[in-house]
Design a protein around this ligand. Structure first.
Ligand code: ADP
Length: 266
């Protein structure tokens, strides 16, 4: 879309002419559209748990007032919805923080393995509950140092491992591989590759390019059931970009998926 302006140009003694200028305003309109889509999505995401909560409160006050079993069940459901809203607000804050920070603190030298081990510890209780094993394979060399913001990178790996557990199915295995490459063409230099592989159903190719869009989910119902917010991968992508890295997603339907983060080596 173009914004067209016409202005007369007075030629000195020459034939009068008109200057017509075209300004491409599509990016401005697209940004406006994206903003309003985002607000509409957030409102929808918050309104549905709020509507459920209101429904539960009304039922607890009315028909289920004297039913002890129903009381317990409704309170559990209310707790689940409240936790989901809390997670959504947390993810929205994280996203707005990583989007607004122009640059990360790249001076912090970080050992990738220590971040991965911390993510493993954080997720261990959920892994035990769902009978999932998280395995971390260390690189042969000790070259696993990167530069960046450890809190943000912690969030990246926790999100990816959590997704691998969520969508990999109970009783499965999540494998994290760390490898070093002396020259990574996409970064034009040495890099550390961290890949998270699950044994889930995999992802159809058509969805892969859109997974990092905010609120994009393959199966909204399944994501919500598992407490997902639809923002995890959008946050991951922003943080990885801020670190001048790359995120690669590969998957074979029926055989699981691999999410690889490639970061410049320190
Ligand atoms: P959510 O909170 O829904 O998990 P994410 O942004 O983390 O949001 O992921 C977006 C969508 O990508 C998910 O809803 C799911 O459909 C898909 N997805 C993410 N990780 C995996 C995975 N390891 N296996 C299969 N699908 C996945």
């Amino acid at each position: 879309l173009y914004d067209v302006t016409c202005s007369p140009v007075s030629g000195q003694g020459k034939t009068p002419s008109i200057l017509i200028s075209f300004e491409d305003v599509s990016p401005i309109l697209e940004a406006g559209q994206m903003r309003s889509d985002f607000v509409a999505n957030v409102s929808h995401e918050l309104r549905s748990p709020l509507t459920s909560l209101l429904g539960f409160i009304e039922t607890l006050r009315g028909p289920a007032k004297d039913d002890a079993q129903a009381n317990v069940r409704f309170l559990e459901l209310m707790e689940r919805e409240t936790k989901r809203m809390t997670r959504l607000v947390g993810d929205l804050l994280s996203l707005s923080r990583v989007e607004s920070e122009e640059r990360v603190r790249p001076n912090e030298k970080i050992d990738v393995l220590s971040i991965l081990e911390l993510s493993q510890q954080i997720l261990q209780p959920v892994a035990l509950e769902n009978d999932v094993v998280i395995e971390i394979n260390r690189p042969d060399s000790r070259e696993q140092m990167i530069k960046g913001d450890s809190d943000q990178l912690q969030q990246v790996f926790t999100n990816l491992i959590e997704n691998a557990m969520k969508y990999g199915g109970d009783g499965g295995k999540v494998v994290v591989d760390v490898t070093y490459s002396g020259h990574e063409p996409s970064l034009r230099g040495p890099a550390v590759h961290i890949s998270v592989t699950d044994q889930g159903d995999g992802i159809a190719q058509i969805h892969i390019p859109r997974l990092t869009e905010r609120f994009y989910r393959i199966d909204s119902h399944r994501s919500r059931e598992m407490g997902g917010t639809g923002l995890g991968l959008a946050i991951v992508k922003h943080i990885v970009n801020r670190h001048r890295g790359r995120l690669k997603i590969s998957s074979v339907k029926g055989q699981g998926s691999t999410f690889t983060v490639i970061l410049p080596a320190a």
